[in-house]
Design a protein around this ligand. Structure first.
Ligand code: B12
Length: 475
């Protein structure tokens, strides 16, 4: 069976809480989800799928159409976030028009949130909701055997339409011991095509050492999920494998890799002992780091930690169920700086009931933390998050617009902000002003200039910097 796994073009991604100008200027990461699915399929069946990563290969929809017409796959698997659903569905209809016999399956975070709605989209034959490794392999094996509805109904996490009937099987249990999963099939993509404006090394890769986050942040749809992990040895084996291929810069995409400090210490000590010379960045909660852990991270090659700061207002931190305080945030940033590790501050403005003064307090607070970078997102109730569902429940949001979008993803869709005191335009202007205040400081620009690594680095940063300073982030 000829299987193709596709990351659709991102030419129609809906604008999120971060201006397109900021999002698009950053670079492209390898999509791990699809590479995990590919690896499991290869290991279980020996079938090597063709992976087409349109953003990395700079393929638009016409380019994708040409590739699919050449390949004529029997089954295509596409990955999508809610933000890329328009492109994903556009790709589905292109594939069905060019190769009508091809079966189409969609998976990814969006499908896990809206499996029914995705299955009902024209051209979709199969959906996989939840973790896709095992389900997609079972689907390929079943199609290979020519199984019918009865057999397909036994595959957990699968949704399908067959002979006019439609079924959505219950989601399967999550893999508890992540060590059993084969490492992502990166050999199916060209790792040389990935880079990032804030990278430290020459060749970049994303890696995942754990899944899930027990925290309760209201705006996140991963909240309150069990933390599952890989062993230190399993992680090191993958690191060594990638270092052998010349990768020296790693983005650990774990939601909160610092939940289990002793395991992370073990990973850092093993990296040091093994003599691996790598750079890596992680995401962490301010209440999960300690000086001893930060020292171990620094010695192992950690050059930046991305922290969720959100706001300087204790009242709004409570509203967002962040379970942190400005004091804890300042402490964590101080400790991180003392360990010689850079920082990235994720901040949020336009939180319901937040005042203009509180927003600019957050900018001043971010400046006081002295991070390498700061991002000021506009608080956006994302699909199926507790923030969105609670506002629906309280009747603040009267129409379930994310579900309507999932049912019919059209280009005129706009994310909505819910601070009643400001219009969308006012919030976007405030967002530009926050970025301008943070990034236009002469001391900051001088520091960034001292850290430039190459002409490419200069071009990328000046390009992004100009957009910020000239308030052209929304263009
Ligand atoms: C790394 C990351 C990024 C990176 C890279 C993006 C990427 N897609 O890799 C960057 C920084 C670019 C990014 C940007 C954004 N992100 Co982000 N990101 C993540 C993060 C932390 C890890 C993604 C990852 O690699 N996961 C690990 C893999 C293994 O999991 P997975 O992708 O879900 O794949 C599994 C299943 O979904 C399934 N599967 C996936 N694809 C397929 C395909 C097939 C065919 C099948 C069968 C199965 C399948 O099987 C996989 C293995 O089990 C996730 C949180 C998370 N824990 O997933 C948020 C997350 C995906 N991001 C999110 C958001 C909101 C954004 C932004 C909009 C943020 C913003 N700016 O406002 C932008 C959107 C950019 C865009 N247009 O794509 C949300 C998406 C929610 C949604 N409804 O879609 C998430 C879930 C975070 C959250 N807590 O809500 N992000």
């Amino acid at each position: 069976m000829r299987v193709a796994l596709i990351i659709p073009p991102e030419t129609h991604s809906i604008e999120s809480s971060v201006p397109k100008g900021l999002e698009s200027g950053k670079g492209v990461y390898p999509k791990l989800g699809l590479l995990y699915v590919a690896a499991h399929l290869e290991h279980a069946t020996g079938t090597s799928p063709t992976v087409i990563d349109c953003p990395a290969e700079r393929l638009d929809h016409d380019g994708l159409a040409r590739r699919v017409a050449e390949l004529r796959p029997d089954l295509v698997g596409l990955t999508t976030l809610t933000f890329n659903l328009i492109d994903c569905w556009k790709a589905v209809r292109t594939i069905k028009r060019l190769v009508p016999g091809t079966k189409v399956c969609i998976g990814g975070q969006h499908v896990t949130l809206y499996p029914d709605e995705t299955l009902d989209l024209e051209g979709v034959d199969f959906v996989v909701h939840g973790e896709g490794e095992r389900t997609f392999t079972w689907l390929v094996e079943a199609l290979g055997r020519g199984d019918g509805a009865a057999a397909l109904r036994k595959i957990p996490g699968l949704g399908f339409r067959l002979d006019g009937e439609r079924f959505l099987n219950p989601v399967q249990d999550k893999v508890d011991d992540l060590d059993i999963l084969p490492m992502p099939a990166r050999h199916l993509v060209d790792l040389g095509r990935y880079d990032h404006v804030a990278a430290q090394g020459e060749r970049l890769a994303t890696m995942q050492t754990s899944r899930g986050c027990p925290a309760k942040c209201l705006f996140c749809d991963i909240r309150m999920t069990k933390f599952r992990k890989r062993s230190a040895d399993n992680v090191i084996a993958e690191l060594k494998h990638l270092v052998d291929q010349g990768i020296d810069d790693f983005f650990f995409v774990d939601d909160t890799i610092t939940i289990d400090r002793s395991r992370l210490i073990e990973i850092c000590d093993t990296i040091k002992r093994s003599g691996l010379k790598i750079h890596f960045k992680i995401s962490a909660r301010v209440d999960t780091v300690k000086p001893y852990l930060l020292d171990a991270l620094a010695e192992a090659g950690c050059y930046r930690i991305h922290y969720g700061v959100e706001t300087a207002s204790p009242r709004l931190l409570k509203y967002l169920q962040k379970q942190t305080t400005p004091e804890k945030v300042s402490q964590a940033f101080q400790w991180t700086r003392d360990a010689g590790i850079g920082t990235f501050a994720y901040c949020m403005i336009g939180i319901p009931t937040e005042t203009r003064e509180e927003m600019f307090n957050t900018v001043d607070f971010a400046i006081s933390l002295d991070p390498d970078y700061a991002q000021f997102s506009i608080c956006t109730p994302y699909p199926k998050t507790a923030l969105y569902e609670s506002m629906l429940g309280m009747g603040i949001i009267t129409d379930d617009y994310w579900r309507a979008f999932a049912r019919n993803p059209t280009e005129d869709f706009r994310v909505r902000f819910w601070n009643r005191d400001f219009t969308e335009e006012e919030l976007r202007d405030l967002q530009s002003e926050c970025h301008r205040r943070f990034y236009s400081r002469l001391g900051y620009i001088a520091r960034q200039a001292r850290q430039l690594r190459s002409w490419h680095d200069l071009r990328q940063k000046v390009g992004l910097g100009a957009k910020i300073l000239l308030r052209q982030l929304n263009r």
